[in-house]
Design a protein around this ligand. Structure first.
Ligand SMILES: [Zn+2]
Length: 227
């Protein structure tokens, strides 16, 4: 696996289907750097950091979470620096933290084969809450690189965060444009709301959680197809 450079300020470790690992994003400004999504497990996070170190990129000071799903968040306990999530994401994480600490990981492992693959060899499942919780919108200045963090309604989950790298006109959407993982339903009204939000942000490129970067029209067409 190689780290890919996407634009002036952005790199990413590409997604992998077998263990349902999403793209992990990295944004570097003149003063500091951040990551988008923490990873499926500590092993995933550590592989990402090894790739950053190979390119002489400093480890992120902050990791932003696009939504609560395990493949984006359960590596949180292994991140460098702090983590940030919206209040709904943190509520979902708290629910799973309690469940796993009380009853063990069986219910979690039962969700999907890809999880059992990621956590093979009895790897421990550790769920952590975010260090910083926000609601609405935030702006970070990494040093000549502006990052906007935007809470949004979306068909995939009720806790989406979009991350817009203003200087590079690139939007990280997480899995926001996908259907609901558990029901397979893509709600039409929520899809249209998300499409409006993306059009207002007006990125050139969209980076979904489990796909290659594409032009925004591709993402919008896909989001609105069949709704
Ligand atoms: Zn998801």
């Amino acid at each position: 696996m190689e780290l890919k450079k996407l634009s002036e300020h952005i790199w990413y470790m590409p997604y992998e289907s077998e263990r349902d690992r999403p793209n992990l994003g990295y944004v570097r400004g003149k003063n500091w750097s951040l990551a988008i999504d923490a990873g499926h497990s500590a092993a995933h996070t550590k592989e990402f950091y090894a790739l950053l170190e190979k390119e002489n990129l400093p480890l992120p000071c902050l990791t932003l979470l696009t939504h609560w799903h395990w493949d984006h968040t359960f590596g949180m306990h292994a991140v460098n620096g702090l983590t940030l999530a919206n209040e709904k994401t943190n509520r979902h994480l708290a629910e799973w933290k309690n469940k796993i600490e009380k009853n063990g990981p069986a219910e979690f492992f039962a969700i999907h084969e890809s999880i059992r693959k990621e956590y093979s060899e009895n790897k421990e499942v550790i769920v952590k809450l975010a260090d910083i919780v926000y609601s609405g919108q935030l702006t970070f200045d990494l040093g000549d690189c502006i990052v906007k963090v935007i809470q949004s309604e979306a068909p995939h989950t009720d806790d989406s965060t979009l991350v817009y790298i203003e200087n590079d006109k690139l939007l990280f959407t997480g899995d926001a444009t996908g259907d609901d993982f558990f029901t397979g339903i893509k709600d039409a009204a929520l899809s249209r709301k998300l499409a409006e939000t993306i059009k207002t942000i007006n990125p050139t490129i969209c980076m979904e959680g489990h796909w290659v970067p594409v032009e925004t029209d591709d993402t919008l067409n896909d989001l609105l197809s069949g709704v």
